[in-house]
Design a protein around this ligand. Structure first.
Ligand SMILES: [Zn+2]
Length: 243
């Protein structure tokens, strides 16, 4: 969805003195940033609405009635319901791309956890959890790590800087390949609020994980992909900007 990380090019074109969010962009460049952001937001809103609606259909078709003694299944089921509700709330209240991404992530995680509840209820082992790409949680899932042989372990100890960087965060195949090639991965952007990078700083797009935590919880949680507390946080309204 964000294949061309166009704003990196835009900021680069602005010259080295204008690359950082705190520096000035011309009025035209700022308008271009906002227009492009609106296009991305509209596209992602449509996608998130589809994913949340699809999750709703699955929940209606796969409702569970669990007796109190099925504790594990009940725990999964309740978490799934909460995550689905949080996804709907995020969709309604979204103000930026990471909110919409979190709506998709929580809707999908809700369905995954619903499947785990069904598996527990049926006495079947659930499938392995889906690991999402840190750079953009909307990307394809992170492929499972192959079992490490002693030879591979020895090779790992001689990792170069790029391999170490690629191993630092869970990355999909495409993002990992980009990092290994010394390129910028296809990162999910966020609109940095005016003034967030210093007084009079313009609204610019930055990687979502570069937004300070007091402005957004999504950097720390991979848009809800890595933290089971995300649905409760959203339902309490604590995902909104705190400054
Ligand atoms: Zn990726």
């Amino acid at each position: 969805m964000f294949r061309r990380w166009w704003f990196v090019r835009l900021l680069r074109d602005a010259g080295p003195e204008q690359r950082s969010p705190g520096r000035r962009l011309s009025k035209d460049q700022q308008e271009l940033v906002l227009r492009e952001w609106e296009v991305l937001r509209d596209r992602l809103t449509g996608f998130a609405s589809e994913r949340v609606a699809a999750a709703g259909d699955i929940f209606r078709a796969a409702e569970l009635r669990l007796p109190p003694e099925e504790e594990a299944a009940r725990r999964d089921y309740l978490w799934a319901l909460e995550a689905y509700e949080a996804a709907g709330k995020l969709l309604d209240e979204a103000s930026d791309l990471p909110d919409l991404t979190a709506a998709v992530v929580l809707a999908e995680r809700a369905v995954e956890r619903l499947a785990a509840a069904h598996a527990a209820h049926a006495g079947v082992r659930p499938g392995p959890p889906v690991v999402r790409c840190f750079y953009n949680p909307l990307h394809a899932p992170v492929p499972p790590t192959p079992t490490r042989s002693p030879k591979r372990e020895r090779q790992r100890r001689r990792l170069g800087a790029r391999e170490a960087a690629a191993d630092r965060r869970p990355a999909c195949t495409a993002c990992r390949r980009a990092i290994l090639a010394g390129q910028t991965p296809d990162v999910l952007p966020a609109l940095l609020p005016a003034g967030a990078a210093g007084r009079k700083s313009p609204r610019v797009l930055v990687p979502y994980y570069a937004v300070p935590q007091q402005w957004s919880p999504w950097a720390a949680t991979g848009c809800g992909a890595y933290d089971d507390r995300a649905p409760a946080l959203v339902l309490r309204g604590e995902h909104r900007r705190r400054v």
